[in-house]
Design a protein around this ligand. Structure first.
Ligand SMILES: C[S@@+](CC[C@H](N)C(=O)[O-])C[C@H]1O[C@@H](n2cnc3c(N)ncnc32)[C@H](O)[C@@H]1O
Length: 292
């Protein structure tokens, strides 16, 4: 009995070592293979919505950003959301701004390269039916965006992964700030979940996806002072994810031979959630930089 107890404890590596071994297993399946397919924009948007339902991260981001918007006072306010997606997050923030100070003019602009998402962004904002809210959506990548106004807040929520040049993007974003304005960049670190993205996601127009370490370095290289970095510690229930939602989580279309190794790795990095169920750590870092 004691022997078998000792054997099982000797045989089982600690969770971090097991995860490293399982991640190597995923790498081994991929070695020498052509890049996996990425997600098409329409399925990306659909699967993103489904993924968010398994995570508490969006609520944490919404609460965090709403508090920061509230800290900016009661005057007129303008916000640019880069990579706004379907606007589910932005409409919560815009509604909060409108409700907090009745009659205060609120300008809210979204930019996203996927037309289906921008249509949903504009429709959701219009559905708020608030006279003091002026909202517009532009179908464009940030680099090609026709935005020709300045803002109190420019935010990138989970969109910095995809830009071609992070430093140039940060500089261009700062140039869109009004005096006293702030740039907010919410981007995930390359932690447990995104270690998989690093192994599995196909390159985007010649570059890998950028994570918060890359963004931090780009701020330094661009000579932009970061005023604050806040980490929001979210959790995501990937044990309940369908195969398609798992594709969104790893940002690649998984082939059948990868499903098992990927799920085994995710089990190994999981921690107990408040309900006792297993959750994958799903942190996000929020950088803040000021304009002039
Ligand atoms: C994970 S979603 C985030 C959507 C939204 N901000 C949210 O938090 O729900 C990333 C979004 O970035 C958009 N995106 C990708 N490349 C972009 C670029 N170069 N410029 C602006 N947006 C981009 C995608 O189309 C997608 O809607």
């Amino acid at each position: 009995m004691i022997d078998s107890y000792l054997m099982s404890n000797i045989a089982a590596p600690p969770p971090t070592e097991l995860a490293a071994v399982l991640l190597d297993g995923v790498r081994a399946v991929r070695r020498g293979a052509p890049a996996l397919a990425g997600l098409e924009p329409d399925s990306y948007a659909r699967l993103h919505s489904a993924f968010e339902l398994l995570s508490d991260q969006r609520d944490l981001i919404a609460e965090h950003l709403a508090e920061r918007l509230a800290d900016r006072g009661d005057g007129p306010i303008s916000v640019l959301s880069v990579g706004c997606g379907d606007g589910v997050l932005d409409v919560r923030l815009a509604a909060g701004l409108v409700l907090a100070v009745p009659g205060r003019p609120v300008r809210y602009v979204g930019v996203d390269p996927w037309i289906g998402s921008v249509e949903r962004f504009t429709a959701t904002m219009a559905a708020l039916d608030a006279d003091e809210l002026s909202a517009d959506g532009h179908v464009a990548s940030f680099g090609d965006s026709p935005v020709d106004e300045t803002f109190d807040v420019v935010m990138f929520v989970h969109s910095m992964y995809y830009v071609a040049d992070v430093g140039a993007t940060l500089r261009a974003a700062l140039a869109l700030l009004r005096p006293g304005g702030e740039l907010w960049v919410a981007v995930a670190p390359s932690a447990e979940l995104n270690a998989l993205v690093g192994v599995l996601a196909p390159p985007l127009e010649g570059h890998r996806q950028w994570f918060s370490g890359d963004v931090g370095e780009a701020f330094v290289d661009a000579g932009i002072v970061v005023d604050d970095v806040a980490t929001l510690h979210a959790l995501v229930d990937l044990a309940s994810a369908s195969d398609e939602v798992l594709d969104f989580a790893v940002q690649a279309r998984l082939t059948p031979d990868l499903q098992g190794p990927v799920r085994a790795y995710l089990d190994a990095v999981s921690v107990p959630g408040v309900d006792g169920g297993l959750r994958v750590p799903h942190p996000v870092d929020v950088f803040t930089a000021s304009g002039h």
